[in-house]
Design a protein around this ligand. Structure first.
Ligand SMILES: Nc1ncnc2c1ncn2[C@@H]1O[C@H](COP(=O)(O)OP(=O)(O)OP(=O)(O)O)[C@@H](O)[C@H]1O
Ligand SMILES: [Mg+2]
Length: 461
């Protein structure tokens, strides 16, 4: 059975669990949340990401009921939550500093909220056992918080927040106190628990990798606003602005002026200087070149040598050749073009823009750029892992000469810091499939940085 993608935000019939409608929060004159409207769906793992002071905790506190919006409304399951005090909402918040009761055992910490709600002894016992099992804490039930590790304490706090089966669990920096390894393990546990219980999670984190790992959607905030909220993949691969591109992961940002690309087909110039002089020529050529000529090159041709061999030699052994041998239909021009473009770095996809980014340097070819941006200042965002680095000039749409200034060895990866002709520093990241001593690019080396015409994202804000 194929799994159906979980993306209720794309389903016009899906009903959001949480709706922010023009929510503003002011503290005196200070605007902490600035007129925000967005939806969070049931069973989502929604991550709020942004620099310190951008309003993440404030957003959570309003959801939990510890703060009221100055303007606008927040709906939970279609209902305005304003009249409900925190303990009457099906919401639980695990605070940035998750305070456990030090004098109570793990068991009693988890039972605390249930006891206060006046649940029966049996009900409480059953629920606590269930939570202990879920968070893998059974063997620590009788210990006090100071007798367990930080990660285990974190899980107790989580078990306590989940015990009352909230519809919505708010986690403010829940893993902040853990070391990298434990943090990772706990992330997976969180995802597992979230899946098993079907609770909707909203998590605040400073750690972008964590947000990318756990979240169904990541909201990147700045100054009281959500700048972009989308799946980790879209946030990473198609950031909507320079701010988002820069905030999430490592990125090279190259500024320049866009020009609409002429001609449907171009091939990689042999040398940048030559290319520069030849450019008007190339443009003319592609204007006059019949489009058929270009596509003909990619249509499979009958193999003349094979035919000759058959007729002269093999027909006596194999018998006469059928006139119309069985074969797959030839690829459509679109298919063959796509295939050729995908596998051949020297065939450049048509369309898009070029970006003039440095005096005396060939413009960058960006086939996925919007030609309507012509004449505007734009930024090309390129992830370091999309850049190639080599000593010889590669056959690629874009090849820039530079010098290796620094190399950061990260075990599985190495990041090369390369200074380009105009002084711009770029980072190229390569997987270390070979031993360090065998790698041939080193400090001060003259290298080529290359990337495909589809490797980057053009940002205009
Ligand atoms: N009670 C308050 N009175 C006045 N200003 C406040 C109050 N609470 C928060 N702020 C301000 O609102 C802004 C947002 O605060 P918030 O706690 O939401 O930030 P945050 O994104 O959670 O930051 P961090 O990552 O550091 O936890 C900050 O500038 C903060 O100083
Ligand atoms: Mg905070």
């Amino acid at each position: 059975m194929s799994q159906i993608a979980f993306e209720p935000w794309n389903d016009p019939n899906a009903k959001p669990l949480i709706q922010f409608k023009n929510v503003t929060k002011r503290f005196g004159e200070f605007v902490a949340i600035d007129n925000q409207s967005f939806d969070i769906y049931e069973k989502e793992f929604f991550a709020l990401l942004g620099p310190s002071g951008c309003g993440k905790t404030t957003m959570m506190r309003m959801l939990a009921g510890f703060e009221a919006p100055t303007e606008g409304t927040i709906l939970l399951g279609g209902q305005d939550i304003a009249p409900f005090p925190p303990n009457k909402r099906a919401v639980n918040m695990m605070f940035q500093s998750y305070a456990l009761f030090p004098h109570l055992s793990v068991w009693d910490n988890i039972a605390f909220g249930l006891k206060r709600d006046g649940k029966s002894k049996d009900q409480i016992a059953a629920r606590v056992e269930e939570m202990l099992k879920l968070t893998r804490l059974e063997q620590f039930a009788r210990r006090k918080p100071h007798q367990i590790s930080g990660g285990q304490r974190q899980r107790v706090a989580l078990a306590r927040s989940l015990a009352k089966a909230p519809k919505l669990l708010l986690l403010d920096e829940p893993l902040g106190a853990l070391d990298a390894k434990l943090r990772q393990a706990t992330q997976f546990e969180l995802m597992d628990i979230q899946e098993k219980t079907g609770t909707t999670f909203v998590i605040v984190t400073h750690d972008q990798e964590e947000a990318m790992t756990v979240a169904s959607r990541v909201a990147v905030m700045d100054n009281g606003k959500i700048i972009q909220a989308d799946t980790p993949q879209v946030i990473y691969e198609a950031p909507a602005s320079r701010y988002v591109a820069d905030f999430i992961g490592d990125v090279n940002l190259i500024d320049g002026v866009a020009e609409a690309r002429k001609g449907a087909q171009e091939t990689a110039p042999a040398e940048p200087e030559a290319a520069k002089q030849a450019e008007p020529e190339a443009a003319k050529l592609s204007e006059h070149e019949a489009p058929a000529a270009a596509s003909e090159r990619r249509v499979p041709q009958p193999n003349a040598r094979g035919k000759w061999l058959h007729d002269k030699l093999f027909r006596y052994i194999l018998g006469a050749r059928e006139d119309a041998p069985k074969q797959l239909p030839p690829p459509t021009p679109g298919e063959s073009e796509a295939a050729a473009t995908a596998s051949r770095p020297d065939v450049i996809a048509p369309g898009g823009i070029t970006i003039h980014w440095a005096e005396g340097q060939p413009p960058l070819i960006v086939s996925n750029g919007d030609p309507a941006l012509a004449g505007q200042r734009v930024t090309l965002a390129l992830r370091p892992e999309k850049l190639g680095i080599s000593k010889d000039r590669p056959e690629s749409a874009n090849a820039l000469k530079g010098k290796v200034i620094d190399i950061a060895y990260l075990g599985n990866l190495s990041t090369y810091h390369v200074e380009l002709a105009n002084g711009l520093m770029v980072k190229a990241q390569l997987a270390n499939t070979r031993r360090v001593a065998q790698r041939d690019i080193t400090w001060e080396d003259e290298v080529w940085i290359s990337f495909r015409e589809t490797a980057g994202v053009v940002l205009s804000e």
